[in-house]
Write a protein that binds this ligand. Structure first.
Ligand code: SAM
Ligand code: SF4
Length: 325
């Protein structure tokens, strides 16, 4: 299906829970956020119905996220059922990796092809600080389990924050010289709690590229085998891994945006930045069929703006964990 700006929309990011076992400082306030009551969260069958309706009108790729998706009970059953939906040819997962070591095998068997693991630092004490008490060893084990069980390619999402982890750019990028890891540097977005302190913390991708070019080696454009998301990838020499940049702020990639987001509470959000959402939960609970849900999905697609205006300010009080990252 095409939107008003002739973009092909074929990718649905599904937030399966708003809950999380971490409290990353740029994503949640220290006290955490109020979890949604159970009855407000889409049931697994309801998520499946939305994916079925979306597949009928052209969605091919699904990414499961949250909150922390591995906290959702029945996740592998959901994956298995989504994998059976005709037209869906790619299922991936974004996770903080803490529970991944226990789930990697079952995720692979149920139909997840690959994972993105969020990791902002290689230092245990910093990890504890930025996640407010997370254990870095758990993530390391999750990364190894992803390799072991073939959840490939393994991509690492690193949000770069000035004065916090910008001194680790070379260490993170250097991992790609040794292993087939795909390190993606993400620009900090003024969303949620980070809204108030983004100024001064923001590091443009261009600056990171320049540090890597001068101190680690020349970045040469590269392609990676799976996923055609917003990152631009590079490689140093014949390194097994790649280095990606997600320039949400400094150079938006809205022109090639192909995605919709389904929030944990069952609304379709056409654009991360844009607060407009289309409620699917109420119609689903009132018995709407797949065609009706498909029409509502098309309504959401028609609302997709040409681009975000995050630099002009962030209207939504919720953070990424609540909207669905
Ligand atoms: N809990 C999972 C995780 O951390 O991977 C999935 C959800 S999380 C909201 C998805 C991604 O959003 C993470 O990679 C996280 O770093 C990123 N994120 C959250 N808040 C952000 C912000 N203000 N700017 C940039 N990225 C952000
Ligand atoms: Fe949880 Fe992911 Fe947000 Fe961190 S970034 S608090 S892991 S949802």
């Amino acid at each position: 299906m095409k939107d008003t700006y002739h973009r092909e929309i074929n990718y649905l990011r599904v937030s399966v829970t708003d809950r999380c076992n971490l409290r990353c400082i740029y994503c949640m306030p220290p006290e955490g956020v109020q979890w949604l009551p159970h009855e407000d969260i889409l049931q697994l069958e309801e998520i499946e119905a939305v994916v079925k309706a979306a597949a009928l009108i052209g969605v091919k790729k699904v990414r499961l996220t949250g909150g922390e998706p591995l906290l959702r009970r029945g996740l592998t059953d959901l994956v298995r059922n989504i994998a059976d939906i005709p037209g869906i040819d790619d299922i991936s997962l974004t996770t903080n990796g803490l529970l991944l070591a226990s789930w990697a095998r079952q995720l692979k068997e149920s139909g997840v092809k690959r994972v993105n693991i969020s990791l902002d630092t290689l230092q245990s004490d910093r990890y504890r600080e930025i996640t407010r008490n997370g254990n870095l060893d758990g993530v390391r084990q999750g990364i190894e389990a992803s390799f072991e069980h073939g959840l490939l390619p393994v991509k690492i999402n690193t949000v770069v924050i000035r004065g916090f982890n910008d001194d680790e750019v070379l260490a993170m990028a250097g991992l790609t010289l040794k292993r087939p890891l795909h390190i993606r540097f993400i620009e900090l977005m003024p969303i949620g709690p980070s809204n108030s302190w983004t100024t001064g913390r923001f590091v443009p991708a261009e600056e990171i590229m320049s540090i890597i070019n001068t101190r680690l080696g020349q970045l040469v454009p590269a392609k990676i085998s799976a996923g055609n998301g917003p990152a631009q990838y590079y490689r140093i020499n014949d390194a097994p891994g790649t280095i990606g940049f997600i320039t949400s702020m400094s150079e938006h990639f809205c022109r090639s945006c192909n995605r919709l987001r389904l929030t944990a509470s069952g609304s379709l959000r056409p654009c991360l930045y844009d607060g407009r959402e289309v409620d699917l939960k109420t119609p689903l609970r009132e018995g709407a069929g797949l065609n009706e849900i498909g029409d509502l999905i098309l309504k959401a697609v028609a609302l997709k703006p040409d681009r975000h205006h995050m630099l002009d300010g962030w209207q939504d009080r919720r953070g990424m964990s609540q909207i669905g990252g």
